[in-house]
Design a protein around this ligand. Structure first.
Ligand SMILES: NC(=O)c1ccc[n+]([C@@H]2O[C@H](COP(=O)([O-])OP(=O)(O)OC[C@H]3O[C@@H](n4cnc5c(N)ncnc54)[C@H](OP(=O)(O)O)[C@@H]3O)[C@@H](O)[C@H]2O)c1
Length: 217
């Protein structure tokens, strides 16, 4: 793939890896070099990432890029969207009319989780009793009937690692094209300034995702 944009995630340089050096970023939007198809994906963590001009990506994880989104916006969707989807609906079993508390609600995962929960007919609450807590921050967790976290293992909570899933990505793309799911871009950096981008992603007060605008799209 010719990478047009590759998003990055807080703490990703700390994630365990079985090899170094390794290429970071596992969330991209770009073009299949031979065919020109515009696609986006969350790519597997056991391979090199996609912060590069070109990347080899298994066709099994690729989905057509939402036409409504730019490459930068599309790259901001897979990691946050799939983490939110799997946390809310797969592990959290969120139902319509349930109350859900989402920590880190303005972050890369959290801002999409809020939109997906509301779209599913759940009530997003900022405090008080909740049927589901979806935690993206870690630390001491508020109480809830069911607790799911992507930040760190915690007693009584389901912790999971997001998995690439083409069917779920197609659904996220459908929602994005319908204008019902809108990824937020905190900031963009050219690949040459990736170090600054990683500095930004580690800061507080972001709104949405930090994205490497690889092709200057
Ligand atoms: N297990 C998995 O599969 C998986 C998948 C994706 C991400 N993650 C992890 O989940 C976490 C969230 O990812 P993300 O992309 O949503 O990150 P993010 O964009 O940095 O968002 C984190 C949010 O948490 C808030 N926050 C509150 N207290 C914080 C603290 N002490 N330190 C940092 N942030 C704090 C921040 O808002 P304010 O600064 O405005 O308060 C921010 O909106 C990261 O640690 C990431 O590595 C795990």
């Amino acid at each position: 793939m010719r990478v047009h944009a590759a998003a990055i995630t807080r703490d990703e340089l700390e994630w365990p890896t079985d090899r170094l050096p390794t290429v970071p970023s596992h969330e991209l939007s770009g073009v299949v070099a031979e065919t020109g198809e515009e696609v986006f994906a969350l790519t597997p963590f056991d391979r090199d990432g996609v912060a590069a001009d070109y990347a080899a990506v298994s066709v099994a994880v690729l989905a057509p890029k939402p036409a409504r989104l730019t490459h930068v916006e599309a790259a901001a969707l897979p990691m946050g969207g799939l983490s939110a989807w799997q946390g809310l609906f797969v592990h959290g079993r969120l139902q319509a009319n349930e109350r859900v508390l989402i920590t880190g609600a303005s972050g890369g995962v959290g801002h999409l989780a809020v939109q997906l929960a509301r779209h599913a007919g759940a009530e997003v609450v900022e405090e008080g009793a909740a049927d589901l807590l979806f935690d993206t921050v870690g630390g001491e967790l508020p109480a809830a009937e069911r607790v799911v976290t992507i930040a760190a293992e915690a007693p009584g909570a389901i912790f999971f690692i997001v998995e690439p899933d083409r069917e779920q990505l197609l659904e996220l793309a459908r929602l994005a094209d319908a204008g019902e799911l809108v990824p937020a871009i905190d900031s963009t950096y050219p690949l040459e300034r990736a170090q600054e981008a990683f500095g930004r992603v580690g800061e507080r007060g972001k709104r949405g995702k930090v994205v490497l605008d690889v092709a200057g799209a």
